[in-house]
Design a protein around this ligand. Structure first.
Ligand code: C2O
Ligand code: CU
Ligand code: CU
Length: 492
């Protein structure tokens, strides 16, 4: 079935409650075609305007230099997020989001993990080059009530902002929606921006039902990826960060949403990109009007606070159309965080070094691969379904899709033949994007997640330094759960 016929069929027979779309929080003046639910039945919203909190750090129980030991547990608990009654969330160490795993380059890490959930889960260290058996990927489930230790070392030349989240096959989206996610920050050996004030901004989104509980996934969520209408920064709804005129702030952003794209903009404030998923760029990229962060991606921005003392400005996510099939596209900007200028007089803005890091380009590839993303529409049990596929296949545990070799440079062509954006993520290494639609990429940067637009081809290069099996997948968690994933076996 062709997409437009499929969409016509959907229009004729709605498959999910329209009310779930009507509650989208698009501000008081948003013109919306969907019927509105009675206001009294709308779920409550969290309070706004609270001072942005710094997320607590996971305590290092080791005193030995270069060693990090800690415990993390996943458990259900009740949290006072909304007025009028607690919300049951699943969290790491009771945190919404989980505590910051603050590491240094070269650290030996050991995390004792305790699964106090009523179902199996895993801990995945998104973006870290951990050994395959420590990766917490699909097939490495820790049973309900079970424990295990994760142990790995951070390479001496790494740094950047990463995150941890569950990855049990078929259940990742639901577990993330229940609240399981947390940040990882790796300090590089020499940090060229240590002199600037900084804040980690861990972005998640959430949808609640009228009983203040996490709403169940709808059919539309499974197709398009679930976007919660309540977008949270460090677990807070539209909080406030106080800044001083003239200061230069580092903002480390994590897009931990299942499917929401963040098209970041701070009106009147050009953005300087200093780091991508895998840490610093070689030099700051100045003068950006906006920055797109796909689900799973991270970036570090430096913003010169050039506004007037006493004024305010909103960090927001501009409308982004990504080819959704059953849910409304985003039509208005979503506020994330208010920056409020103190009344103090302007300070002199510190200069940025023009060299941040050195990135060695990965050389000519020894192997090339092609991954084609596609969508197939079908009827199943009287319901419309869409399968999102990689090279025409759905993920199967144990099926090897590619065989690689340790130390070899690989070139992957990601070809999106579907009508929706898909953020592609590869485990166990970092990569460099070398071309988009055949045009050479000028920005040399380390990434582990890259968005691929409909009909776009993205070419990346990577290399694996350890043998073992690695998955790659779409980071829209609902697509991943439904099998938009493949397996690479790296051999010694
Ligand atoms: Cu962030 Cu395979 O995941
Ligand atoms: Cu990952
Ligand atoms: Cu996808």
């Amino acid at each position: 079935m062709q997409r437009r016929h499929f969409l016509a069929a959907l229009a004729a027979a709605p498959l999910y409650p329209l009310a779930s779309r009507a509650m989208e929080d698009h501000g008081p003046h948003a013109g919306h075609a969907m019927p509105a639910a009675a206001p009294s039945r709308r779920p409550a919203l969290p309070p706004t305007g609270q001072p942005l909190r710094e997320l607590p750090q996971l305590q290092n129980q080791s005193t030995a230099a270069g060693e990090f030991r800690a415990s993390l547990s996943a458990a259900a608990g009740r949290h006072a997020l909304l007025p009028g009654g607690d919300t049951t969330l699943w969290t790491y160490n009771n945190g919404v989001p989980g505590p910051v795993l603050a590491l240094s380059a070269g650290d030996k890490v050991a995390i004792a993990f305790d699964n106090r959930l009523a179902e199996a889960t895993t801990m995945h260290w998104h973006g870290l080059p951990v050994p395959p058996e420590q990766d917490g990927g699909p097939g490495q489930e820790v049973a309900a009530g079970g424990r295990r230790e994760y142990a790995y070392a951070i390479p001496a030349d790494w740094g950047g902002t990463f995150w941890y989240h569950p990855h049990p096959h078929g259940h990742t989206a639901r577990q993330a929606a229940m609240g399981l996610a947390g940040p990882i920050v790796i300090r590089p050996r020499a940090d060229p921006l240590a002199h600037l004030p900084e804040r980690l901004l861990f972005v998640t989104d959430q949808r609640f039902d009228r009983h203040n509980q996490v709403a169940a996934h709808t059919d539309a969520d499974w197709m398009d990826g679930r976007e919660g209408e309540v977008v949270l920064v460090n677990g807070q709804y539209r909080p406030v960060l106080e800044v001083g005129a003239g200061e230069a702030w580092r903002l480390q952003l994590v897009n931990a949403c299942a499917a929401r794209y963040l098209r970041l903009q701070l009106p009147g404030h050009p953005l300087t990109l200093v780091a991508t998923d895998g840490g610093y760029l070689e030099k700051p990229l100045t003068g950006l009007a906006e920055l797109l962060l796909a689900p799973g991606e991270r970036a570090e921005l430096v913003v010169t606070m050039r506004g007037e003392p006493g004024s305010s400005v909103m960090l927001q996510s501009l409308p982004y159309v990504r080819g959704k099939m059953m849910s409304a596209e985003q039509t208005v900007a979503v506020p994330l965080l208010t920056l409020r200028y103190r009344a103090t007089t302007r300070v002199a803005t510190p200069a940025l070094p023009d060299r941040l890091a050195r990135i060695e380009p990965l050389g000519a590839p020894a192997v090339t691969r092609r991954v084609e993303m596609s969508e197939v529409m079908r009827m199943s049990g009287g319901r419309h379904r869409v399968d999102f596929l990689l090279n025409g296949k759905t993920f199967e545990m144990g099926r090897v899709d590619f065989v690689g070799k340790v130390g070899q440079v690989e070139e992957w062509q990601l070809v999106n033949r579907s009508d929706m954006d898909h953020p592609f993520h590869l485990h166990g290494t970092r990569f460099q994007v070398v071309a988009r639609d055949g045009r050479a990429e000028v920005l040399l940067a380390w990434r582990d997640t890259v968005n691929v637009r409909p009909n776009q081809t993205v070419t990346l290069r990577c290399r694996f330094d350890t043998p073992g099996e690695r998955v790659f997948h779409c980071h829209v968690l609902e697509h991943e759960d439904q099998g938009m994933m493949g397996l690479l076996d790296v051999r010694a």
